[in-house]
Design a protein around this ligand. Structure first.
Ligand code: ZN
Length: 396
């Protein structure tokens, strides 16, 4: 039997068993202890906590003979995020406001299901709820409509991540971080070659989403090569500074291009809702008011861009740290699974820097990562990092 949606989506056995039982209970109409209306999925980023929620949503909507068959129309649509009754909210902002909470979660949760058995709202990154937004959600979680299921996803049950009142009203499922082998397995099930899957799983730091990107997206692979190459360029005069400036340029293009279509859609939607393009009496006045609303939106979009650029660079810095960590392991003779198995040659070269120097390199990268959230310009932070690494590597 086990070829159901949970197996197909690579959900770990223990988690799958619990969700399977709940989905069965729901199908039988038992909404007691086995099935609940409010769920909290926790696990470190990349553990697949929201993948588990999506698989569960599919199993709840499934009309196949096996609960969560993975092949019926409902299972398929939920997986593709194309099911009318399943709303998957992925917050873009660093904090979720009361307004967006009402529009995106509470509103949709209040509606009746149309084609499916349940109305399901999945909220990613629920740790970004502001306190007032969390309170606005409380009532829905406490007494959801009979056909509604709310699934929250957060890193942990720590009060910093989820307020205790929401936690106490939800059923908690912990989704553990998958091993490198498990991540590789998930990628291979998606048709990726074993060698590529293994390398991506290791280099991504057990992060399923990043691993999939790394295995399939050429631009991601190039960004990784570029940052790892920086460790070599440190020894070649000013080339490292030039490389950093290219890296930042590339990150900007990538982040801005990635958001462009959505930004445009948002502006267009706002213009429509403001009735821009209307003529006649009062239109001019309305136009002036609208202009300021559009400016506000553009400001928000700019902020989002800045954050996306930092996220791209931060991911690259994690790669670079991994390389120095691999070299440190080699230089101290500790036998651990390398983070970048394909870059062991360069890691061996870096052994000459010595354990102390390599530790200083890791510190330099950490310092740079810590500077990003403090609004230091990426150029300044990364140039300082190169300077520190050069000193650590005794380059003059
Ligand atoms: Zn199905």
């Amino acid at each position: 039997m086990n070829a159901d949606i949970f197996a197909h989506m690579g959900i770990s056995a223990r988690v799958a068993e619990e969700l399977r039982t709940a989905a069965h209970a729901a199908r039988m109409g038992h909404t007691g202890s086995a099935m609940t209306h409010a769920w909290l999925f926790t696990g470190p980023p990349g553990s697949g906590r929201s993948v588990a929620a999506v698989a569960f949503a599919a199993a709840l909507e499934c009309t196949g003979e096996i609960v969560g068959c993975g092949v019926c129309e409902h299972c398929q649509k939920v997986q593709k995020n194309a099911h009318t009754d399943v709303v998957h909210v992925i917050p873009r902002e660093l904090s979720i406001s009361v307004e967006s909470m009402r529009d995106d979660v509470v509103g949709p949760a209040a509606r009746m299901p149309t084609v499916g058995r349940w109305r399901i709202v999945i909220l990613d990154d629920a740790d970004r709820l502001t306190e007032s937004a969390a309170n606005a959600l409380l009532k829905t979680v406490e007494e959801p409509p009979a056909h509604t299921v709310i699934m929250l996803c957060a890193p942990s049950t720590d009060p910093q991540d989820i307020i205790p009142t929401l936690l106490s009203r939800s059923r908690h499922v912990y989704v553990p971080q998958p091993s490198i082998e498990e991540v590789a397995e998930i990628l291979m099930r998606g048709g990726i070659d074993q060698d590529v899957a293994r390398l991506a799983a290791a280099a991504s730091g057990h992060h399923i989403g990043r691993a999939r990107h790394l295995a399939t997206d050429k631009a991601t692979q190039e960004r990784r090569s570029a940052i790892l190459n920086l460790a070599e360029l440190i020894f070649h005069g000013d080339q490292a500074f030039q490389a950093v400036s290219d890296l930042i340029k590339n990150a900007k293009t990538y982040a801005i291009e990635g958001l462009a279509a959505e930004n445009e859609r948002e502006i267009e939607k706002l213009r429509m809702s403001l009735g821009m393009g209307a003529r006649g009496k009062g239109a001019q006045k309305a136009l002036e008011g609208s202009a300021s609303q559009i400016k506000e939106l553009e400001k928000l979009q700019k902020k989002r861009e800045t954050r996306a650029i930092r996220d791209v660079l931060d991911m690259q810095l994690v790669d670079l740290m991994g390389l120095y960590r691999d070299a440190l392991m080699l230089s101290t003779g500790v036998n651990l699974h390398p983070i970048h198995p394909d870059m062991q040659g360069l890691a061996h070269d870096l052994v000459k820097v010595g354990p102390e120097g390599l530790l200083a390199c890791i510190d330099a990268v950490q310092l740079c990562r810590a500077a990003f959230p403090q609004n230091v310009r990426p150029e300044a932070a990364m140039d300082a990092m190169v300077g520190r690494i050069r000193i650590a590597c005794k380059v003059r």
